[in-house]
Design a protein around this ligand. Structure first.
Ligand code: 4GX
Length: 248
């Protein structure tokens, strides 16, 4: 999978995505991330990329010409395949695991990062397929949101995670929050580890983990809990028990 990121701060993105698992995936050529400095595409001699908004108001907007010329150059560099252009913006659809899965099906993802008060609406209308938000707060630019999208999408691509790490995906992907986990030592500052986890009884461990996941999700994310219960209706086992009681 190929990512192209259009930004005024390419180094910020190169630094974030050059580390750890995503950095390794790039070096292994499982994914590639190309950053493009929009400023390199200015045609004016002062390399100016912003301008005042028509109609007045505070702040500056990113101008049309450098972004669109940068975008045309990027399009010419990309290979064949399914392509999507995303603009990171608080106006967008709120990013989640299911959107990450959707995006992981593309061959080329182009992400446009805005700075200042945003970009000229005609650029969005002309080149952007979809606006995506990483949450209801305002940042100084779209660079960190772009890194978040690249990270969440990349870890869904075959070969990016190790085989063991792949199983961790079952938490939020399953619709539930993850159960608590423990590692050595067995007693830390007077606190032990839940007995069942030391028992080696895998069925009991699985049951304990599911119970903790359900409990945590119900308490902290009732929205996710209700959706989970809707998708996993309680087994008809309960009816049997009720019948037995009445027969007794
Ligand atoms: N999730 N930002 C975009 C520029 C901007 C300003 C106004 C459109 C309208 C953000 C977020 C985010 C900061 C990126 C403002 N664009 N991006 N930028 N939350 O806060 O994605």
């Amino acid at each position: 999978m190929r990512f192209d990121i259009l930004t005024l701060f390419p180094e910020l993105i190169d630094n974030v995505l050059g580390e750890s698992i995503i950095g390794r995936a790039q070096r292994a050529q499982i994914i590639s991330v190309f950053t493009h400095n929009i400023r390199d595409y200015t045609t004016n001699k002062h390399k100016k990329v912003d301008d005042a908004p028509y109609g007045g108001g505070k702040g500056m907007l990113m101008a049309t010409q450098p972004i669109c010329d940068c975008f045309d150059a990027v399009k010419a560099m990309q290979g064949e395949g399914k392509t999507r252009v995303i603009y990171m913006s608080p106006r967008g659809r709120i990013f989640n695991h299911s959107i990450a899965k959707e995006l992981s099906e593309y061959d080329n993802l182009t992400i446009l990062c805005g700075h200042y008060e945003g970009i000229d609406q005609r650029v969005i209308d002309e080149i952007v397929d979809e606006e995506i938000s990483i949450g209801d707060y305002v940042l100084t630019g779209g660079e960190l949101p772009a890194c978040i999208v690249v990270d969440a999408v990349s870890r869904l691509i075959d070969g990016v995670l190790s085989d063991e790490a792949c199983h961790e995906d079952e938490s939020i992907a399953s619709g539930l929050l993850e159960y608590p986990q423990y590692t050595r030592p067995p007693v830390f500052r007077g606190k032990g580890v839940p007995e069942v986890l030391l028992s080696g009884h895998h069925q009991n461990i699985d049951e304990w983990r599911l119970e903790r996941s359900l409990e945590l999700t119900k308490e902290r994310r009732p929205d996710l809990y209700d959706a989970y219960i809707e998708a996993h209706p309680p087994k008809p086992e309960k009816k049997k028990r009720a019948k037995r009681i009445t027969n007794d």
